[in-house]
Design a protein around this ligand. Sequence first.
Ligand SMILES: Nc1ncnc2c1ncn2[C@@H]1O[C@H](COP(=O)(O)OP(=O)(O)OP(=O)(O)O)[C@@H](O)[C@H]1O
Ligand SMILES: [Mg+2]
Length: 333
Amino acid sequence: MRISCANLKKDYSQLHAVNGVSISAEENRITCIVGRSGAGKSTLIRLLSLLEKADSGEVLYDGSRVDNLRQKEILSMRRSMGMIFQSFNLFSSRNVLKNVLYPLEVAKVAKHEAVRTAYSLLEMVGLADKAHDSISSLSGGQKQRVAIARSLVLSPKVLFCDEATSALDPQSTKDILQLIKSIQRELNLTVVMVTHQMEVVKSVCDYLVVMEDGRVIEEGEAQEHFANPRSDTLAMFLRDMMVGSDDEIKADYYLQFLGDVTEKPILSILSRKYNLDFNIKAGGTRNGGSKTMELGGLYVDIAGNEEDKRAAMKELREMSVKAVELTGKEGVR
Ligand SMILES: Nc1ncnc2c1ncn2[C@@H]1O[C@H](COP(=O)(O)OP(=O)(O)OP(=O)(O)O)[C@@H](O)[C@H]1O
Ligand SMILES: [Mg+2]
């Protein structure tokens, strides 16, 4: 199922949480929505999943408008979507199996069939042996597996994930992402994933949407935008992914480039041509998600006259090097 929206807007008093967003999440792929805290990602996913109503604009499933349906129809529509959250939202009073059974009970599915379905999903997420365990005895990763199993029992066509791995340790994060990816392929799901973790995006994203201040500031095929980020926000996310969060590094510019540019002595060429001094503070290269893509990043101070600096930056950009001016800019998180 294709999930799309046109000119969606949602205000909270004076604040434009979502401010004119039009995107499309295609079938059989993982669309990731990234952005700083407060960018409007969760609000957008709540609007797309019909948990909340927009002030204006449209939500469409397979091209048909759904946000204006009656409450009863919306409720039945919501059954065809799975949703998982950072906080798992499980019932602590119910054991693992009974959590997974819950949506089937609400949908009044016959008991024996419901139990069979629940077990097959627990099998799929690798927790069949824990069916009778209490939720409190599980690890975070296991809890998210239960939530995933529960979200899939009514055979949804779409899975919405809001920071599904943000509360997990790095290994559980990897496992859960792997699970989501394999389930997505197996069940041909449309997955819409909101996250502020670039590592998540790197490992699973097909289509990337970058949000800032309630708007989409960049979107497209993930690998392409990884290689050549258009916005400072995405460039900064990639920087964090490559070198970790690094408030200690003080530099004027962050330069991000793709593999083959790394091979050329571009800085010394520019240094001679424009009579500039490049002082490299930190940096390195790292695989950016695909086998063929090496990402490089350098923190540099540049000394010289302003006009020459601007000319050098222009030339860098023509070589597809993304130059982000760091002075006076906050980090991503
Ligand atoms: N129910 C609400 N009432 C009032 N303001 C809200 C509500 N929900 C969100 N906001 C505000 O709307 C803006 C967008 O919030 P949202 O939760 O969508 O951001 P986000 O991108 O998901 O951030 P985070 O990465 O921190 O989860 C924020 O400024 C937030 O404070
Ligand atoms: Mg959020």
